[in-house]
Write a protein of this length. Structure first.
Ligand code: MN
Length: 434
């Protein structure tokens, strides 16, 4: 993204502060430069669009109804009074920028304070930010794909022949995507022990996958591919995504058509969508191609700095740690910029056939792993299939997840000359199988 774009965007001015004092605390997730979108439940039980600011939520409908929030195109104001973000997402970058600027002006220090429009984040529950029509999960980290390939096909090249030519993905199950905080039940599945016949029972090798997800904003009609230089206009913003995975189910079922029941019992996302505008100070060139990599076909050649520099941490809290009030234990730290494919490349490839995209569709990045052990984004890789267990501070070990374990993912962006922004948390507790 051009540096001039950042300078011209007053909502990204690092000196900007808010009359919401908690937004000005250094190191917080939601300064006024962030302004992520979500849906919260009001005290009357209504689903309502909000914007996170410091430790509060701006009630957007209330701000529009009371005329505190002005200057929005009428269709934008209307879409922001809906119970999901889909209609707003579908309006495209002009509406997104107009809303961002108006909300930034409303919340900026120097504007009339409107504390009656704020609700403490701690006092409400969050909903899914959008109704997801379709969910696709990619496999964009060559380090993850290489590690998994080495484990499952030790005698072959760890990367399959197509891996560096196209972003590999599978069509997931939108109905099983849930917002952070929703418990995840250990799935039942068909398993095949190495030394016996197949059986049906609770998953024994339950894993997380640390990913980021991107929401599609403006859609595209069937038969109309989205060119890579247009991808930006169709990407609304990102969330943290945990693609819960049943490794034993996966191992038995994945050939020949890829993941199925191993992935359809739950995928968690963080509730706040951080927009592409807020991410523009954290864009980098890339992704890196190595000397032996095949040349990219034209439709996949990046036309902008599409790599996002987002750090993601994974923590585990066991039931025992929770009862003893022990701090969450950090298992890994990765970065979205380690991926071999960007969201723009994923969207260009996904839609290249003419596959239609809808506002609110979700694309997962695939497990984010880097070159170092501490940056491996799932337990399968971190413990090398259980051979090197993770030690927890309660004295127990984990090869895979146990009932009662909570997995927490958190993410942030830092860059010189920009105010740090965070994505918040994506967490869930594992419940026993039924
Ligand atoms: Mn995945």
């Amino acid at each position: 993204m051009s540096a001039s774009g950042e300078i011209n965007d007053p909502t990204l001015d690092p000196s900007l502060q808010s009359w919401v004092e908690s937004a000005n605390e250094v190191g917080g997730n939601f300064p006024i430069q962030n302004l992520p979108w979500g849906v919260f439940i009001t005290s009357d039980g209504e689903d309502r669009i909000g914007v996170a600011i410091g430790d509060m939520i701006l009630d957007v409908k209330q701000a529009i109804d009371t005329l505190a929030l002005q200057g929005l195109p009428p269709e934008t104001a209307c879409s922001l009074c809906a119970p999901t973000l889909n209609a707003f997402m579908g309006q495209g970058p002009r509406s997104w920028r107009a809303a961002r600027r108006s909300i930034s002006s409303l919340l900026a220090r120097g504007a009339d304070p409107h504390p009656q429009l704020l609700i403490p984040q701690s006092s409400v529950s969050m909903r899914m930010p959008a109704q997801i029509g379709d969910y696709t999960d990619f496999y964009a980290s060559r380090h993850h794909a290489s590690n998994v390939g080495r484990m499952f096909r030790p005698d072959a090249d760890p990367l399959l022949p197509n891996y560096l030519n196209l972003p590999v993905g599978y069509h997931g199950r939108a109905s099983s995507v849930v917002v952070s905080g929703t418990p995840i039940r250990r799935p039942m599945g068909q398993l095949k022990p190495d030394d016996g016949p197949s059986q049906h029972g609770p998953c024994r090798l339950l894993d997380y996958e640390m990913e980021m997800g991107v929401f599609i904003g403006q859609g595209s009609p069937m038969g109309h591919p989205i060119a890579i230089q247009e991808a930006d206009n169709h990407l609304f913003g990102i969330v943290i995504l945990n693609d819960w995975s049943a490794r034993d189910v996966q191992k038995w079922e994945y050939q020949p058509l890829g993941p199925f029941n191993a992935k359809n019992f739950g995928t968690s996302i963080s509730p706040w969508i951080v927009t592409m505008e807020a991410l523009s100070p954290f864009r980098r060139s890339g992704p890196e191609r190595l000397p032996d990599d095949p040349p990219l076909l034209d439709y996949l050649v990046p036309t902008k700095d599409d790599v996002l520099d987002v750090t993601v941490d994974v923590y585990i809290v066991s039931e025992q740690m929770r009862s003893q009030q022990m701090a969450p234990h950090r298992v890994s730290r990765g970065n979205l910029s380690d991926l071999t494919w960007t969201f723009s490349q994923m969207l260009a490839h996904h839609s290249s056939t003419g596959c239609p995209m809808q506002p609110g569709d979700l694309m997962g990045s695939g497990t984010i792993s880097g070159t170092e052990k501490e940056s491996r984004g799932c337990l399968l890789e971190m413990t090398w299939r259980g051979q090197e267990p993770v030690e927890l501070p309660d004295g127990t070990q984990r090869k895979f997840l146990q009932d009662g374990d909570e997995v927490i993912m958190s993410a942030f962006c830092e860059s010189e000359g920009a105010v740090r922004i965070g994505l918040g948390d994506c967490s869930a507790v594992i419940q026993p199988a039924l």
